[in-house]
Design a protein around this ligand. Structure first.
Ligand SMILES: Cc1cc2nc3c(=O)[nH]c(=O)nc-3n(C[C@H](O)[C@H](O)[C@H](O)COP(=O)(O)OP(=O)(O)OC[C@H]3O[C@@H](n4cnc5c(N)ncnc54)[C@H](O)[C@@H]3O)c2cc1C
Length: 462
């Protein structure tokens, strides 16, 4: 059986390990962190994530969908909180019953590692850092980072930690799943014609928590709570333990101006998110903002995703995106599924399959990256605009009329596996139709108005 070496045991690396374990390949995973299953506190991004159809399809292929979905909290609509702190508007995500699921990141990651490890052909090496890729030899360069032994020294000098030697690892297939700041991707930078774009948006984010109230959810759990305030956005997703993870997205300048001392941050929350302020509580807000710095949000596009006939960039290593479509993990999970399907299609001819995979996946990754940027505009402001609400109503109407042809944009991304680049093409066609209809309607309205004026004049003239 061939050997696959995976860099990173995060969400995408761990799911890839499940896929290849199932295929019977020899699987070796190198993860920089300690085993998260043994850690009290795991540092990292977002506590919970929205899982949608693409992610579910990939989990289903490795037999984990049902279990994972059961562990989550379904969300059927966006609940938009108005600035008065008392009124709301509800925007269902799709047709009745269609929903996304709030999942705990750490639990999901742990379940996938444990599932992969059940196969005797899978080995995880934690506290192993992937340093680079040696592309002359098509090998991964890895170094153990655990408890360095001490080099004895003489005299009063403190002993110096000895570094573990670097090892060069060979494999039939190397999957770089080492996240947005991928060391593997970094070492590919000098490859001719490797395209790479990285962008930090002006916003950062801070996570807070709303605790359970009398052992119950403090407010409605089966919705995605949203406080859109122009350039600021607050969101809240429920957890199974009846808490909510609340995330504030704001420009770094706003964090500095309004959230750098306790009194300012209280005033800021009271003014913009009065209902959330009450539920979060002064103590928790003060404590969080005194301890935590805003985290940056980065978007990465690159092309190709495959190299040297045996290396593939996947997940955030290939396409980190801003989190406003809730698709980063879902897209990464779909990567695993598409790679598995493509290898099967090419009878495990790795070189041809990974080239085909990259050709297919690059346009999709670029498209969802752009859509995520677009949704950033939508979430922070557009959801409150009448033009947005009208378009949503129109799309729902058309979807009821032509259920197999006209899908709203959000539904195509979230509830189908239509390739992302095709989603964008379909939306552009819909936009053209809508604008033609608007032109025709306004032309007809103008003609109608002209006739009306003419008739009126005629009458006046009589
Ligand atoms: C605030 C926020 C909210 C989000 N919400 C959602 C959501 O609702 N839905 C959604 O689909 N997506 C969401 N995402 C995106 C999602 O978190 C990422 O797309 C997903 O984590 C990508 O998984 P990954 O395995 O590619 O990368 P990561 O999860 O970053 O995992 C990379 C792994 O590689 C390891 N690693 C890194 N460097 C090395 C190295 N040199 N050697 C060895 N190991 C290494 C890391 O320790 C880590 O374990 C959100 C992101 C953010 C920031």
């Amino acid at each position: 059986m061939p050997t696959v070496v995976i860099a990173g045991a995060g969400l995408v690396g761990a799911l890839n390990a499940c896929f290849f374990a199932q295929k019977g390949w020899n699987v070796v995973v190198y993860e920089f962190r300690r085993d998260i299953r043994t850690m009290k506190h795991v540092q990292g991004r977002s506590i919970n994530l929205a899982l949608s159809n693409r992610g579910k399809a990939a989990l289903e292929a490795v037999g984990l969908k049902e279990y994972i979905v059961q562990q989550g909290v379904p969300m059927y609509a966006r609940l938009v909180h108005n600035k008065d702190g008392k009124t709301f508007s509800r925007q269902p995500y799709g047709k009745p019953g269609e929903h996304i699921v709030s999942i705990n990141r750490r639990h999901l990651n742990e379940v996938m590692i444990t599932q992969a490890e059940k196969s005797p052909n899978v080995k995880f090496f934690f506290e192993h850092k992937v340093k680079s890729v040696d592309y002359e030899k098509k090998q991964l360069v890895v170094q153990c980072t655990s408890q360095p032994s001490r080099i004895p020294t003489f005299g009063n000098k403190a002993s110096q930690p000895e570094e573990h030697p670097e090892i060069h690892v060979e494999a039939d297939l190397i999957l770089a799943c080492d996240g947005a700041y991928s060391a593997v991707r970094r070492s590919l930078m000098t490859i001719p014609r490797f395209d790479f774009v990285q962008e930090y948006i002006e916003h950062g984010y801070v996570e807070l928590n709303i605790l359970a109230k009398n052992n119950e959810f403090a407010f409605e759990e089966n919705v995605f709570h949203l406080w859109p305030r122009g350039h600021l956005t607050l969101i809240a997703l429920a957890n199974r333990d009846k808490t909510f993870t609340v995330t504030i997205f704001a420009p770094y300048a706003e964090f500095e101006k309004h959230m750098s001392n306790t009194e300012d941050v209280f005033a800021f929350f009271q003014e913009n998110f009065p209902d959330a302020f009450e539920l979060l509580g002064r103590e928790h807000i003060a404590d969080t903002f005194s301890r935590v710095k805003p985290q940056p949000l980065v978007s990465v596009k690159c092309s190709p995703h495959s190299f040297f006939g045996n290396l593939v960039l996947m997940g955030d290593a290939a396409h980190a995106m801003v989190p406003f479509y809730g698709q980063g993990m879902n897209c990464g999970f779909e990567d695993c599924l598409v790679l598995s399907e493509t290898l099967e299609e090419f009878g495990d001819d790795i070189e041809t399959a990974i080239k085909a995979y990259s050709d297919r996946r690059v346009p999709d990754a670029h498209s969802i990256n752009d859509l995520a940027m677009y949704n950033y505009e939508e979430l922070k402001d557009l959801v409150n605009r009448n033009s947005y609400k009208l378009r949503k109503m129109f799309d729902t109407f058309m979807n009821n009329l032509l259920p197999n042809t006209w899908y709203p944009l959000y539904s195509m991304v979230t509830f189908t596996r239509i390739p992302y680049h095709e989603v964008v093409e379909r939306r552009q066609r819909q936009d053209e139709i809508v604008s033609k209809m608007l032109k025709t309607t306004s032309t007809l309205a103008l003609i109608g108005a002209a006739i009306g004026v003419y008739m009126q004049r005629g009458r006046i003239g009589l």
